[in-house]
Design a binder for this molecule. Structure first.
Ligand code: PMP
Length: 424
């Protein structure tokens, strides 16, 4: 193991990070479980890509069938591509009726930025202060979450999500709008102008923020007043994760101009998309060229088509809502007995759990959250951390999780909390 880590570091370099103090090697996945070479199983409460379960047999069969017939690009007539595109846009509000396919979330955001910049004629992008939007140069430059490792674009402005702790719902909305307005004013003063407000609809890397409903509406309005586009990054919250809704932006009572998709769209096969309003998409389409060799290829479409079919047929988002309620109730109960849990936020099966004991400061809270993640890993349960101070547990199980998995997770986190809080 140590030798493999050394060889890995040697050939892959330092940008490849391993998760957990004791890294894990998985050889097989099935449903909610990942298996190591010794046959030990780990409950996956972290991976949101295989949202229909690891190695979903139906999705795999659809891909295998397509791959053994033909794998082709979008320049040929392919009924399934058109059928899927129609079904996909059918899950959006009717104004959002055009789609372009990509391979990753980064490509989707990159394309959305190109569209917004072309349509608005401006460069400026407003993002939240710990946002992550992708790997390409343009998306990395609007991803403050990458920290000092990346130089942010001079055209980016950051907004925080909430005022001081304990603000009312109305204050949260006013706070957000004020910041957006001052970002707009600054971008305009410097002649940069506003191309877009780009936000992750569940603010996953900002620490998972959901409430209050409608708190971003004022900011959205302000951006539109100056001709900027509103881009919802649904790479994390999309495809039913937030429970009752198919899309995270529905939590916020706004209809974006562009929506970017990725991760769970193919349950593990790389496929993404930008869905948008006809006017913007067509302006871009006629002014610029976008040809993506693998975006929308027949195998990816087969995977995505199977995913959408299962999501519908098995009422997965409704199930995610029910399981999310169960997990939330369990965590809230846990919080009453355990001072290490400072707060629980969720939409469906996307949770942020704030960790830390009173009086331990930011570093103490971060250390405790990290300790819990590693204790859980040792106990065979996978999660990670998020948030400005990385002291929020990020919990996003595949959406097919059942009551028994939720209960197992609750038991494991309670044990981890007790151990992490115990004096050394
Ligand atoms: N947007 C968000 C919100 C993400 O979380 C990610 C990936 N973590 C991306 C975009 C980029 O997606 P990808 O890694 O598929 O390019």
């Amino acid at each position: 193991e140590t030798e493999l880590i050394a060889r890995r570091d040697n050939v892959l370099g330092s940008s490849y990070r391993l998760q957990y103090r004791r890294p894990v090697h998985f050889v097989r996945g099935e449903g909610m479980w990942l298996y190591d070479p010794d046959g030990r199983r780990y409950l996956d409460f972290y991976n949101n890509v295989p949202s229909l379960g690891h190695c979903n047999p139906e999705v795999n069969a659809a891909m295998a069938e397509q791959a053994s017939r033909i794998s082709a690009n979008t320049r040929y007539l392919e009924p399934r591509l058109v059928d899927y595109a129609e079904r996909l846009v059918g899950t959006f509000p009717q104004e959002l009726n055009r789609v372009v396919f990509t391979c990753t979330g980064s490509e989707s955001n990159d394309l959305a930025l190109r569209i917004a910049r072309l349509v608005s004629g401006c460069e400026g992008v407003i993002v939240t202060s710990h946002a992550y939007h992708g790997t390409s140069e343009a998306t990395a430059m609007v991803s403050p979450n990458l920290g000092d490792a990346v130089k942010l674009s001079p055209a980016v402005r950051m907004v925080s999500l909430h005022g001081p702790a304990g603000v009312s719902e109305k204050q949260a909305a006013v706070f957000f709008e004020e910041q957006v307005r001052s970002a707009i004013a600054d971008l305009n003063r410097r002649g940069i102008g506003v191309a877009a407000l780009l936000f992750d609809s569940i603010f996953s890397s900002d620490g998972v923020w959901v409430d209050p409903p409608g708190f971003i509406a004022g900011g959205v309005k302000a951006v539109r007043e100056v001709g900027g586009l509103v881009i919802a990054d649904e790479v994390q919250p999309g495809f039913g994760r937030t429970g009752k809704n198919m899309w995270g932006f529905e939590l916020h009572e706004v209809v974006p101009d562009l929506v970017t998709l990725g991760k769970p769209m193919g349950n593990g096969f790389p496929i993404g998309a930008v869905v948008g309003r006809k006017t913007s998409m067509d302006r871009f389409g006629s002014a610029a060229r976008y040809s993506n060799t693998f975006g929308g290829n027949t195998v990816g479409i087969a995977a995505a088509d199977a995913v959408l079919t299962i999501l519908r047929r098995d009422r997965i988002k409704e199930h995610a809502h029910v399981m999310g309620e169960r997990l939330r109730a369990g965590l809230e109960h846990l919080a009453t007995r355990n001072p290490g849990v400072r707060g629980v936020r969720n939409a469906g099966l996307f949770f942020g759990i704030d960790i830390g004991l009173d009086g331990t400061g930011a570093a103490g809270r971060r250390a405790m959250a990290l300790e819990i993640v590693n204790l859980l890993r040792d106990d065979g349960v996978l999660i990670s951390t998020t948030g400005a101070n990385e002291d929020t547990l990020k919990v996003r199980p595949p959406l097919v999780c059942q009551a028994e998995h939720v209960d197992r997770f609750l038991e494991a986190i309670e044990n981890a909390l007790k151990k992490a809080a115990a004096p050394v």
